[in-house]
Unconditional design. Structure first.
Length: 58
């Protein structure tokens, strides 16, 4: 998956999460599912596109 496609999916899922939270509350099953899906997409983005900094550099 190319970076722009992944960013677009992240933005779409974030919008879905916000709408679900507004409509159903932050603790609704829909909002929680969307939050987990967004987490998965963000983790994928970080894994693929963000270079890890060695902990010894801190």
């Amino acid at each position: 998956m190319i970076k722009q496609d992944l960013v677009a999916l992240i933005e779409k899922k974030r919008a879905e999460l916000i709408q679900a939270a507004i409509s159903n509350g932050l603790t609704s099953s829909v909002a929680i599912r969307y939050s987990q899906e967004l987490d998965h997409l963000l983790n994928e983005y970080n894994r693929v596109y963000i270079k890890k900094i060695p902990s010894s550099a801190c």
